[in-house]
Design a protein around this ligand. Structure first.
Ligand code: HEC
Length: 232
């Protein structure tokens, strides 16, 4: 009984993990649950990350060669297009030549998806708006007063605040709303992958383990039935 209570407490605590995932001025974040099994989506997410995020945020716990293996990236593309800093080997961590501590306070993003949650990151990336009172000229619904500038405005267009928690698009970006949301899903999928690269195999194996248990239980139940007949 005590074991069950302890287990229940852990499960409950887990659903409120880290407590950093409240959704700022929004009542709740837009729901999104990342998938790490669509390799093309992860590759597109990596592309966006390289173009829009890697100038400020490191991925210090992810190695280039692990990324290459998991995302099916040809070695020539890895060495010629992705690794752009000199003296970086395929076995090095993805720090993009950035300093150990970011001078502008941009955190390492390897594990942020685990801390904040996928919903939070997905909503955060889509809710930047113009705010002349901020040093960066932009603010965010989810993370009010964030010092991160709206680096995705070129894709999304600009947004203005038109009421509590409500945004209106004022200029057009290069992507439509649907395309931009899709791009952000790719990016969150990629971030969820780097937060736990083993998740790809874990979830695939998990399916077979559960299947094995079901088949094994069925076989054992049939065996039990045979034995039970003899006991009677
Ligand atoms: C110009 C530099 C810069 C670029 C480019 C940039 N960020 Fe940021 N980002 C920051 C800074 C600075 C912060 C810290 C904000 C704060 O704490 O106020 C931040 C914070 C964040 C956070 C919140 C982290 C947390 O849990 O507190 C996330 C998530 C994030 N960035 C994702 C991204 C993604 C994804 C991209 C690429 C699309 C990106 N950033 C591009 C500077 C940048």
């Amino acid at each position: 009984m005590r074991f069950l209570t302890t287990l229940l407490i852990f499960i409950t605590l887990d659903s409120f993990a880290a407590g950093e995932n409240k959704c700022g001025s929004l009542e709740k974040c837009d729901e999104y649950s990342a998938t790490v099994h669509d390799t093309y989506s992860l590759q597109r997410g990596l592309g966006i990350y390289m173009n829009y995020c890697s100038s400020c945020h490191t991925l210090k716990m992810q190695r280039w060669n692990r990324l290459q293996r998991d995302l099916d990236i040809p070695e020539t593309i890895l060495l010629e297009d992705l690794i752009t800093t000199p003296d970086t080997k395929a076995s090095d961590f993805m720090s993009f030549g950035l300093p150990e501590v970011s001078p502008i306070g941009a955190p390492d993003l390897t594990l942020r998806t685990r801390v904040r949650g996928e919903d939070w990151i997905y909503t955060y990336l889509r809710t930047f708006y113009n705010d002349p009172n901020q040093p960066s000229g932009t603010n965010n619904l989810v993370y009010e007063g964030t010092s991160m500038p709206n680096v995705l405005a070129g894709l999304q267009g600009s947004q203005e605040l038109v009421g509590k928690g409500k945004l209106k698009q004022t200029t057009q970006g290069t992507q439509t709303k649907e395309e931009f949301d899709e791009s952000m899903r790719d990016l969150v999928n990629f971030l969820a992958y780097v937060a736990e690269p083993a998740r790809v195999t874990r979830e695939k194996n998990g399916f077979f383990v559960i299947l094995f248990f079901i088949v094994f239980t069925a076989v054992m139940w049939l065996l039990y039935r045979e034995y039970a007949k003899e006991i009677k």
